[in-house]
Design a binder for this molecule. Structure first.
Ligand code: 9MR
Length: 450
């Protein structure tokens, strides 16, 4: 993937270009050497090493009021509907790329990167696919991934390979769907097929209601990404749709969610941002949360003007129906201009793994301790209960060789330890022998009070 000219403009180059343009216009400029604040979302985000994008509808590309804002403000686009399965393969093995190609051509002509959305999803399936099951569906899905990713090879920077595969609610498990019923490995199969078809595209998992770090759904996706990274399943990024309704579901721990996923070794993206009534504070905070996480590489809003939105009655976007900037726009631009440039090459420290507390339960946080050539320590701190049982699992062939400050019992495999409080406080610890696997780390499975 080549970096396009628009995102490659460095602050110094932007300053020089601005100075040259001003001189050409006969103005006298004082070059101070300080980077200028960006005056558009895309330019300002680019100065911070990020993108700022929007969902785009092919049907609106003929609307000059729309394209004026699009071309001025954004350096990334996501086709809102045009790359979904029903659009790209309306009849089995008959592919239809007209509208998607139009968006890609517009993006490339204007120096914008493209996020492909989406290759495998339970929704927006063409009718021929909806009725399929088993290996017939699995093969059809993999063929779709291969064909579409091949068609757009070199033109799509990121693919939402799989969209919305986890269930809402408390279980943290997968959503039931015809794809899920082909076998739990359908997601990794889709990622492998996408990598084979376009080795240079960044491959993302994308979902909604995964913003609150303590939600079971967030933890379920986290465990899947962690597992994929440990087993070498090709995944590069996680998208947080972030369709917020204002106060309640924009969680105060959103930044923790972004940084926790980033610490797994994936980029994180805010992929479909819109917020009911576009509150200034929430838009500012979301922007700052992204800027605070070095691997949060960009923000995409889900439409340009309120009138373009899938929920236009809630006026959730940055431009009103007349194309004027709203207060939330000013807040986002100011946050981008105040933001810091992410350090490059800075190692990320994994945050403690935390289990969400079921009601009446407790929370256990694991902190990495000393590491030797053949073994390492982990300490676990429990909050929310004075007596507790914490279940910890390790990865074979690793083996826990000693523990302290708790009473352990083991399952038959020796890989799952239940540690009970023994009156010595709220912290326990243990040593794990690596036995040749130096990368796996213990997982907190649950914390039960009492
Ligand atoms: O904004 C999209 C709308 O025009 C479509 O009718 C709808 C159904 O395909 O999808 C909307 O976009 C969704 C996105 O693809 C996935 N996350 C939720 C978005 C809003 O529903």
């Amino acid at each position: 993937m080549t970096v396009n000219a628009k995102t490659r403009v460095t602050p110094r180059r932007a300053l020089l270009l601005g100075a040259v343009a001003a001189l050409a216009a006969g103005m006298v400029v004082g070059v101070t050497g300080a980077a200028q604040a960006g005056t558009t979302l895309g330019a300002s985000a680019a100065e911070k090493g990020r993108f700022f994008g929007t969902a785009v509808a092919a049907g609106r590309l003929g609307d000059s009021a729309y394209t004026t804002i699009l071309n001025r403000e954004f350096n990334q686009v996501t086709p809102e509907n045009e790359m979904k399965t029903d659009a790209t393969e309306p009849q089995q093995n008959q592919f239809s790329y007209g509208n998607a190609d139009r968006i890609v051509a517009h993006a490339r002509a204007n120096g914008m990167q493209v996020r492909g959305h989406t290759l495998a999803w339970h929704a927006q399936q063409p009718s021929w696919m909806q009725g399929m099951s088993g290996s017939t569906l699995r093969n059809a899905m993999l063929n779709h991934v291969t064909q579409v990713a091949t068609h757009f090879r070199g033109q799509v920077a990121w693919w939402d390979v799989v969209n919305e595969a986890f269930a809402d609610g408390g279980g943290g498990g997968r959503r039931d769907s015809n794809l899920q019923r082909t076998g739990n490995d359908w997601i990794e199969a889709a990622f492998r097929a996408a990598r084979a078809a376009d080795p240079n595209a960044q491959l993302c998992y994308n979902d909604y209601n995964t913003d609150n770090w303590t939600d079971a759904k967030t933890q379920g996706v986290y465990r899947m990404v962690q597992d994929f990274k440990q087993r070498g399943v090709p995944i590069d990024c996680v998208g947080f749709q972030s369709h917020f309704t204002g106060g309640s579901n924009y969680p105060s721990n959103y930044r923790t969610t972004l940084s926790s996923f980033a610490a797994l070794g994936v980029d994180v993206h805010i992929t479909e941002l819109d917020i009911r009534n576009a509150p200034v504070d929430a838009y500012r905070n979301v922007t700052n949360d992204c800027l605070a996480v070095a691997r949060c590489k960009g923000i995409t809003v889900w439409g340009i003007r309120d009138s373009d939105s899938w929920r236009s009655s809630e006026s959730p976007l940055l431009f009103n129906g007349s194309g004027q900037k709203k207060s939330a726009y000013d807040a986002v631009l100011a946050a981008l201009n105040n933001g810091t440039t992410p350090p490059t090459g800075t190692p990320t420290t994994p945050p403690p793994t935390t289990t969400p507390p079921p009601s009446g339960s407790c929370t256990a946080s694991a902190t990495p301790g000393q590491v030797w050539g053949d073994r390492y320590n982990t300490s676990v701190t429990v909050s929310g209960a004075s007596t507790w049982a914490v279940v910890v699992s390790i990865t074979s062939p690793q083996k826990i060789s000693s523990t302290w400050s708790g009473s352990p019992t083991w399952d038959g495999s020796g890989l799952v330890m239940t540690m009970r409080s023994n009156g010595s406080g709220d912290t326990f610890g243990f040593t794990t022998m690596m036995n040749g696997n130096s990368s796996a780390r213990p997982q907190i499975v649950s914390c039960t009070a009492g």
